[in-house]
Design a protein around this ligand. Sequence first.
Ligand SMILES: Cc1cc2nc3c(=O)[nH]c(=O)nc-3n(C[C@H](O)[C@H](O)[C@H](O)COP(=O)(O)OP(=O)(O)OC[C@H]3O[C@@H](n4cnc5c(N)ncnc54)[C@H](O)[C@@H]3O)c2cc1C
Length: 398
Amino acid sequence: MPFFDISIVGAGISGLSAALVLEKFQLKTVLLEKSKNFSYQGAGIQLGPNGTHALFKMDLLQKVYRESFIPEYLRVYDLKGNKPLSQIPLGKTILKKYKFPYLTILRSDLHKILEEELIKKNKTILIKNSKITSIKNDKNYITLFDENGKNYKSQALIGCDGIWSNIKQLTFKKPTPKISDSTAFRTKIKNPPCNKSNKLKGVTVWLSNNCHIVAYPISKGNEINIVVVTKQTFDNNNFGWSYPCKLNDFRYLLGKNLNKEISMILEQTTHWFRWPLFFYNPIKNINEMTSNSIVLMGDAAHPMKPHLAQGACMALEDSLQLMYELKKNKLNKEPDWNNIFYSLSRKRIKRVQKVQQKSITNGRIFQLNGILRILRNFSIKLFGRYLLDQKWLFKNFS
Ligand SMILES: Cc1cc2nc3c(=O)[nH]c(=O)nc-3n(C[C@H](O)[C@H](O)[C@H](O)COP(=O)(O)OP(=O)(O)OC[C@H]3O[C@@H](n4cnc5c(N)ncnc54)[C@H](O)[C@@H]3O)c2cc1C
């Protein structure tokens, strides 16, 4: 194997977007991925204007846009009410306000676009079926060893290996996150959900106590992605996203007299997948993200709960910041990786910390009980238009 400028472990949204950035700087990159093939499972993601801004800067937005849906609104209900507590327009209004669109897309479509772009450019060496199990750090280079007995040498390393990151454990001696008391369920159905109903055209959230539901169109509006988060644990936990289960596993937690729209949506399928949510402590120090010529990006650096819909957006922002740092370093003959990674982490830490914290807080607010539920609903009715529009997140990106 040749000696690489840089190796990336993990070819998710984070690793692929980072590799596409490195290609712009003619760096010899190897991207190591443990899966033999990517399984294109059907989960949707929302890309706020900060995520689409990052895609635009990396010359990827046009392709993503073609596969996306533009939601018209964000609406919030109490699970027992048929009238929204509050709503804000998305679509053209968000585009006008933040200059970049709010999109929804199948995660697998976004992943496929990034992978195809990488293959088309044919510069990065992408090696699948290569699970990295150990690292040796010599003075001037890093050696990665995979499960098949192969090794790869490079000057620097980016760990993009997701929430259960091996690179994080091996380099930063961090324990893996712990399973929390919450479980997420997902499915997708066709849009409109049945002949009698209208098409769902926006992001819709139903709040309750001990559970909440989020649904929005994906696949250019032809399907609906549904995620239900409940305060519930299961013994036979599966760490992937695709443990098959049934509506009845959580239906009893939703209670009776449900909002008509979600009630009809839930009736369309009994096939669900579940996975446990996890605890994490928001990142505190730069040295939890970088050490000399090694840096973590995406979920490996800053895992987050899905309640602010920002995990992939933050991974894309990390890659954009990498691009800015490499541009700054361009005057140097050789990349000064220690400096590049330190500066990258310094620029990112406060923002990802805030997003991690807000995601935890949102999860709590979405599932308040008793009098707190009533107060929450009242506040959303009064201030929803300000609370739902995340100006701090969508406006202040670099
Ligand atoms: C229910 C739910 C809803 C979400 N909704 C949104 C949303 O609306 N908007 C949003 O922005 N984000 C959302 N997210 C978050 C988003 O999907 C993730 O944050 C994002 O995909 C993380 O990307 P990543 O590349 O960092 O990690 P991953 O996607 O986990 O990729 C890590 C890669 O590393 C590989 N790997 C792992 N270990 C090794 C190893 N030892 N050697 C080699 N390869 C390895 C894995 O196979 C994988 O391909 C959601 C997440 C969930 C669970």
